[in-house]
Structure formats: structure tokens, C-alpha cells
Design a protein around this ligand. Structure first.
Ligand code: BGC
Length: 441
């Protein structure tokens, strides 16, 4: 077959994404560290421990890997509990460490994107009630002011809060993240405070750095009716409105729409310069009276789904197209802030990458304003309540020895980044089984 190539616009950002607690190690001052010490919270009793030892300096070798494999950007997060270990204490040396990391990215030609909150809180904040405390947005704002002042010369893309939808659900409604609450009212309350915090952070960043680009990273999950029955459609629509829409709509028009009520937060209107889209998978949703807690929508993967190692995700590239189409309604540029799969043996990942890049290209080709793609993740890292069992890295990690293990997907992603596109010969080489799907004769 003649080689076919799909190409991305010049200047497209290609990178990987990480987060502080998942890669740094020894984050002893945050709520996750404390949570990990208590039995029953993390699968297999795993602990983040040294993680990928980025705080010990291994960020350098990992960023070398990123740049040697053609990446031109990196998304990471800074850890609030390091910068403000106590309410009245700022740790300038932690800020200096982040400045060094940012210089390291720029010296390597990696455009940084910095997330200010990625699922963790300082222990002192958690003890004051975390995101259920109405003073928390103000405290977050003070941290943002301090961090942005210190780092602004190196950063132009800021994500205020990573996946506030995932965070509010997991921490306050599903009980999977600390503080482990299972309460609808705690979920609503914390969501409102997350919106307020985002709005404050947006304004502070622009006050300090008017030219900055500021946004949220949203976890878009595709909820697809399992059948054409109106009841399946209804419950799938409810799940989508509940999980996907609340935060970016609030950042657009200042209205937080929960299923049965709307709360006005006018200062949140117009607070996104870009939309971060994190997409992993699509659920089928069936109406089910027994699924009351899930608003009568039972979520499942189809029987023949292309599943990840632990069955946690299914490879569903059409849902990625849907995610990007959904993002258009917010009328701002989009950046894919996360996309990836847990796949220890790298069996599914090559086709997952190729098929998702194909969807991304068709969206770019419709002229949808998409500026970059960050794969989750660079190296296997601490997967929250799932511990070390799920391997999302292009590189694997031996947690005992800190050795990095190069997976085949490294070379596929490197080819994509270096060529700013995907070709049929790459697909033939790394995942021939999907050649006809991606480049039909
Ligand atoms: C989170 C990451 C996490 C990834 C894979 C995303 O929702 O932002 O922190 O590692 O999912 O589970």
C-alpha cells in the first residue's frame, strides 16, 4: 500500500502529563500520604513512597526521555503542601525546586503546562474541612498568588484545577479519595467551592500575568445508551450532564447546574481561555432500577470491548471524537490534557494511541481549535486508590529499583511527535491489526 500520512498543524503541542503526588515521592505533608498509611484505602496496601523519585531529581532523566522521543511540551503539577506546609508558612526552597524544574523543561525545548491542584490538599487544609469549608477557595487563591508570582516567568499555560468533576465525585460522593465521604450534599458543596476557587485563581493569574492562558482540565467520559430505548437514553443523558457538563458550563456562564437546581456564581462566568479535555473511555449505560445510587444508570463495557489490563478502561476511540465535539460548545481553544490506558504488557496501548490520534486528526481537520495532545503518562506512576497495579506509562517503572522500562509505545509516540503526524507505515509497524480501520484501502 502507498504510504498514507495524516499531518497536524505546525506548532502542535505533543507531550505527556504527570502530577506531583504521582511522581515526586515523599509527599508526606498532604492528605493522600496520610490516607495511604491507613489500611483498606489503597489496593494491595500500596503506598506512593518514593513514587518516580522526581523530588529526588529523577525528573531530569525522565524529561530527557521525553525530549529524546520528540516531545515538545510537558504537563505537570505543583504540590500545594510543599509550598505552603503550614497555614502561615511558605517554603521558598520548594518554589526554587519548581523553578529549576521549569528551567529544565525550557532548556530541553519542552513547553510547560502547570496544574495548580491535582487531587491533593495540604493536611492542614484537610483538617479544616477541605473543600467543604467555604474559606478554602480564599486559601487556594493565596497559594495561587504565591505560586504564580514565583513561576510566572517560565509558564504561560495554567490549569487551575485538575478534573474537578473526578475529584468532587471521588472524594465526596464515591468515598474513593480522601476524605472518603459518600454524601451528595458534600459533593454539591465541594463542587461549588471548587468553582469559586477556579474563578478566583483565574482572576489572580490574569492580574499577575495578563497574557497567561488559564483553564480547567475536564475529565470527559462518554456515556453511551446501551440500546435505543428512551430509558437508556434518558439515564445516559443524566450521567453526562452530571459528570461532564457542570464545571465547564459554570466557567462559561457562571451557573452551576445540578440536576434539580441551579446556583449562580457570577464571578465564574468567562473564566476559561482554553478547555483542557482528558478522555479515557466510554461507558454503555442501561436503565436499571437497582442502580439507585448511580441515578438508575448502570454503567458497563460491551462484551467484546478492547479492555485494559485490569478491565478498568475500554479502548473506545469514537468517544474521543465525541469529547472533542462536546468541547466546541465552550468556544475556546482545546488542549487534550490527558489520554491513555493502563496496559502493563503494552498490548493495547499501541493501537489505543494510533486510533485516538486518528480521531484527534479528524477533529483538527474539521478545523476544531485543538492546540495540543498530552498522553497520560510518561512513566508508570502512583495511581491513587489503585496504587501501583495500573501501568499508564509509555515507560514502565520498577518501583523497587527505580529502573525505567521502555515499552514499544515509546517508539510509536516518538514517531508521531517527530513527524507531527501518523503514517500507515507506523501503524503497520506497531499495530497492524488496526491498519484497515485507520487507513482503509
Ligand atoms: C487523573 C490522573 C490519573 C489518570 C488515570 C486522570 O483522571 O487526572 O491523575 O492518573 O486519570 O487514572
Amino acid at each position: 500500500m502507498t504510504q498514507a500520512i495524516i499531518q497536524f498543524p505546525r506548532g502542535f503541542l505533543w507531550g505527556t502529563a504527570t502530577s506531583a503526588h504521582q511522581v515526586e515521592g515523599n509527599n508526606t505533608n498532604n492528605n493522600w500520604w496520610a490516607w495511604e498509611q491507613q489500611a483498606g484505602h489503597i489496593d494491595n496496601g500500596d503506598k506512593s513512597g518514593l513514587a518516580c523519585d522526581w523530588w529526588g531529581g529523577r525528573w531530569k532523566e525522565d524529561l530527557d526521555r521525553a525530549v529524546e522521543t520528540g516531545q515538545n511540551a510537558h504537563r505537570f503539577s505543583i504540590e500545594w503542601s510543599r509550598i505552603q506546609p503550614a497555614p502561615d508558612q511558605w517554603d521558598e526552597s520548594a518554589l526554587e525546586r519548581y523553578r529549576a524544574m521549569l528551567r529544565g523543561m525550557l532548556e530541553r525545548g519542552l513547553t510547560p503546562m502547570v496544574t495548580l491542584h491535582h487531587f491533593t490538599n495540604p493536611i492542614w487544609l484537610e483538617e479544616q474541612g477541605g473543600w467543604e469549608n467555604d474559606d478554602t477557595p480564599q486559601k487556594f487563591a493565596a497559594f495561587v498568588r504565591k505560586a504564580v508570582q514565583a513561576l510566572k516567568e517560565y509558564v504561560s499555560y495554567w490549569v487551575t484545577i485538575n478534573e474537578p468533576n473526578t475529584y468532587a465525585v471521588a472524594a465526596y460522593k464515591a468515598g474513593e479519595f480522601p476524605p472518603g465521604k459518600k454524601s451528595m450534599s458534600a459533593y454539591l458543596h465541594s463542587s461549588i467551592n471548587l468553582v469559586r476557587a477556579h474563578a478566583m485563581a483565574y482572576r489572580i493569574i490574569h492580574e499577575i500575568q495578563p497574557e497567561a492562558r488559564v483553564g480547567l482540565s475536564m475529565n470527559y467520559r462518554s456515556f453511551f445508551p446501551a440500546t435505543s430505548s428512551p430509558l437508556d437514553k434518558l439515564v445516559a443523558g443524566i450521567q453526562a450532564a452530571f459528570f461532564n457538563d457542570v464545571f465547564p458550563k459554570a466557567a462559561q456562564d457562571g451557573k452551576v447546574r445540578f440536576l434539580y437546581r441551579t446556583i449562580n456564581i457570577p464571578e465564574a462566568a468567562g473564566t476559561q481561555d482554553f478547555l483542557g479535555v482528558a478522555y479515557y473511555t466510554r461507558d454503555r449505560v442501561s436503565f436499571d432500577l437497582a442502580s439507585g445510587a448511580a441515578m438508575f444508570g448502570r454503567r458497563h463495557f460491551p462484551k467484546d470491548a478492547d479492555l485494559s489490563t485490569n478491565g478498568f478502561l475500554a479502548n473506545e476511540p469514537e468517544g474521543f471524537h465525541e469529547a472533542l465535539k462536546w468541547g466546541l460548545q465552550f468556544n475556546v481553544p482545546m488542549i487534550v490534557t490527558e489520554n491513555g490506558i493502563e496496559d502493563t504488557d503494552d498490548k493495547v496501548r499501541p493501537r489505543f494511541i494510533a486510533q485516538h490520534i486518528r480521531q484527534l486528526w479528524s477533529a483538527v481537520n474539521y478545523n476544531w481549535p485543538i492546540k495540543g495532545y498530552f498522553h497520560w503518562s510518561l512513566v508508570d506512576n502512583f495511581e491513587w486508590e489503585r496504587g501501583w497495579a495500573q501501568c499508564f506509562g509509555l515507560w514502565g517503572l520498577d518501583v523497587e529499583t527505580q529502573a525505567r522500562i521502555r515499552r514499544n509505545s515509546v517508539d510509536l509516540f516518538a514517531d508521531i511527535c517527530k513527524h507531527n503526524g501518523l503514517s500507515s507505515s507506523m501503524v503497520e509497524k506497531y499495530c497492524p491489526e488496526v491498519l484497515q480501520k485507520i487507513f482503509p484501502d
